[in-house]
Design a protein around this ligand. Structure first.
Ligand code: AMP
Ligand code: FE
Ligand code: FE
Ligand code: ZN
Length: 283
C-alpha cells in the first residue's frame, strides 16, 4: 500500500512529521510522500526516521496555484531530490513570505469585520505555515462559526467577506518550477477543479503537466476510473493518496482513505520510471 498525499503539523495537518512515519508503519504504508502545503519542513524532519523505519519517503510538496483566476492545488514529487532543487526551495521560501504578509492583512480585515482573531493566535497553531485553515480553527474555537466549513463560507473563502488577496503562482509556473527541479507535477484532487478537467487537460499537458491524482479519498470508484481513463488518454502518470490531515479531517485515514476506499498498489509509483522530468510528457 502507498500513500502519496499527506500533511503534517508543518502545514495544516495535526500529526508531527516523525509521528506520521510511525503511523505509516502501523497502517502498513510502504511508500509515503509528505506533501505539506508550500513547505519541505515536514519531509526534512521525517527523512532520517523514515530511513530507519523502512518506510520509503518520497520528497513531495503541494503548491497553491491559480488557474483561470481560481485556486488549484498542484502536487510536486521529487523521487531523486538533488542539487537541482536549490532554486526551487528558494522559490518556496518566497511563497511562504507572501503568505505571511497576507496573514497580516487577513487579521486586519477580520478586525474590521468586528472579529477578534489575531495573527498571533493563528500563528500559535500554524507556526511557520500559518494559513486560512488556522484562522478557521480560531473562528470555531471562539464561537464565531459552528465549524471549519462555515468559517470558510462566511469569512475566508474567495467569495467571502473576509477574503484578502494573496499573490499565488499560476499553475503553469508551478509546473515549470517543479519540472525544473527534476520533479513530477501532478494535478491534485481533480474533482475540486472548477470546470471540466477533461476540457482543461490538453492545455495543462502542453504546459508540461506530468500526472494526475486519480486516487484520492474524496473520489468515488467512478471518479477514479474516469481520471485513470484521462491519464491513459493523455499519457499522464498517475498519483494518489489519502490527503491525510490527522484530526483536522479524521475521516481520511492514512493509506486507507475514507471508509477504506483506498488501497493504492506500489505499481502506481513504480510506473513513474526513473528520470521522470527528463522525458517528455503528453506526446
Ligand atoms: P491559504 O493557503 O492560507 O490561503 O489556505 C488554503 C488552504 O485552506 C487550502 O489548502 C485548504 O486546505 C483550505 N481551504 C481552502 N478553501 C477551503 C474551504 N472552502 N473549506 C475548507 N478548507 C479550505
Ligand atoms: Fe490542506
Ligand atoms: Fe489540496
Ligand atoms: Zn493536500
Amino acid at each position: 500500500m502507498i500513500d502519496l498525499h499527506t500533511h503534517t503539523t508543518e502545514s495544516d495537518g495535526t500529526c508531527p512529521p516523525v509521528e506520521l512515519i510511525a503511523e505509516a508503519v502501523r497502517a502498513g504504508v510502504e511508500v509515503l510522500s509528505i506533501t505539506d502545503h508550500d513547505t519541505f519542513r515536514g519531509y526534512d524532519q521525517a527523512l532520517s526516521v523514515a530511513r530507519s523505519s523502512g518506510v520509503e519517503l518520497i520528497c513531495g510538496i503541494e503548491l497553491s496555484t491559480k488557474l483561470n483566476g481560481r485556486s488549484v492545488h498542484l502536487l510536486g514529487y521529487f523521487p531523486q531530490p538533488d542539487g537541482e532543487m536549490a532554486d526551487f526551495r528558494e522559490w518556496v521560501l518566497e511563497m511562504q513570505a507572501s503568505r505571511r504578509e497576507r496573514n497580516v492583512r487577513l487579521s486586519e480585515r477580520l478586525r474590521e469585520l468586528g472579529v477578534d482573531v489575531s495573527l498571533e493566535e493563528a500563528e500559535a497553531i500554524g507556526r511557520g505555515m500559518t494559513g486560512r485553515p488556522h484562522f478557521a480553527q480560531i473562528l470555531v474555537q471562539k464561537g464565531y462559526v459552528a465549524n471549519i466549513r462555515q468559517a470558510f463560507d462566511e469569512y475566508l473563502d474567495e467569495s467571502a467577506r473576509g477574503y484578502v488577496y494573496r499573490r499565488e503562482p499560476q499553475l503553469t509556473e508551478g509546473v515549470r518550477r517543479i519540472r525544473g527541479a527534476g520533479g513530477i507535477a501532478s494535478l491534485a484532487h481533480p474533482t475540486r477543479i472548477h470546470g471540466h478537467v477533461a476540457a482543461l487537460l490538453p492545455d495543462l499537458c502542453a504546459a508540461g503537466l506530468d500526472a494526475i491524482e486519480a486516487y484520492h479519498s474524496d473520489h468515488t470508484p467512478q471518479e477514479t476510473e474516469f481520471f485513470l481513463g484521462l491519464a491513459r488518454k493523455h499519457g499522464l502518470k498517475i498519483t494518489g493518496g489519502s490527503d491525510f490531515h490527522g484530526a483536522l479531517k479524521p475521516e481520511a485515514r492514512l493509506g486507507a482513505g475514507c471508509n477504506g476506499n483506498l488501497n493504492i498498489p506500489r505499481e502506481v509509483v513504480d510506473a513513474w520510471g526513473r528520470s521522470p522530468a527528463k522525458s517528455p510528457a503528453c506526446p
